[in-house]
Unconditional design. Structure first.
Length: 193
């Protein structure tokens, strides 16, 4: 109770909580940032800046995690040199599309961003594409949730919290559930392409 009050009374702690939340569940962090901005607890620009910083730091972290695994003999042996060469060839021709698509296809960021680091996609290419894609995606979702939250606040007053819970659940878990139960494979094996 006291901890929650401390966070809500400081925009710096709120911004920090937004950054940390992006490492736990990114879509829910976007909703969280927009809703606390709608509630006036933090300015929309500060909330979005913290949100983008956390998302982009996570993307860069995945790249460097893959780059670190590239030096691991165990990782290379586990994957096999033939599969690594095949994936390298595939990614060289499709890096831009894969990086942009990973931002919008649920469940694909972790494998594509780490593989990009593992296979040595140039960091400048990776950083620029993921930065732009992250900015576009998070700005669009943040803006929609912020406007929706403002509308709900104006229209429903205190009842907005009852309405916000199912909306949060759909936004946070809907894309993952759709992907899981649709039976669609987002990442094909390199030999299938």
């Amino acid at each position: 109770m006291i901890f929650g009050w401390m966070i809500s009374s400081s925009p710096y702690l709120l911004a920090g909580s937004i950054v940390i939340s992006t490492f736990i569940l990114e879509d829910a962090a976007i909703v969280y940032a927009a809703l606390i901005a709608t509630g006036g607890m933090i300015s929309p620009s500060a909330a979005f800046l913290a949100l983008f910083a956390g998302i982009y730091a996570g993307d860069i972290g995945l790249y460097f995690l893959g780059a670190a695994a590239h030096c691991s003999k165990r990782a290379r042996a586990f994957l096999g040199e033939t599969r690594i060469a095949t994936a390298q060839h595939w990614l060289e021709r499709r890096a831009t599309a894969a990086l942009i698509g990973a931002r919008f296809v649920p469940g694909s960021r972790l494998p594509i961003y780490t593989v990009s680091g593992f296979l040595g996609v140039p960091f400048a290419l990776f950083a620029s594409i993921t930065g732009i894609a992250s900015l576009v995606w998070s700005a669009a979702v943040f803006t929609l949730v912020y406007l929706f939250g403002a509308h709900i606040t104006d229209s429903f007053g205190a009842a907005r919290y009852v309405i916000a819970v199912p909306v949060l659940l759909v936004i946070a878990f809907g894309p993952g559930l759709i992907a899981r139960f649709s039976g669609h494979r987002f990442l094909a094996e390199p030999s299938d392409v």
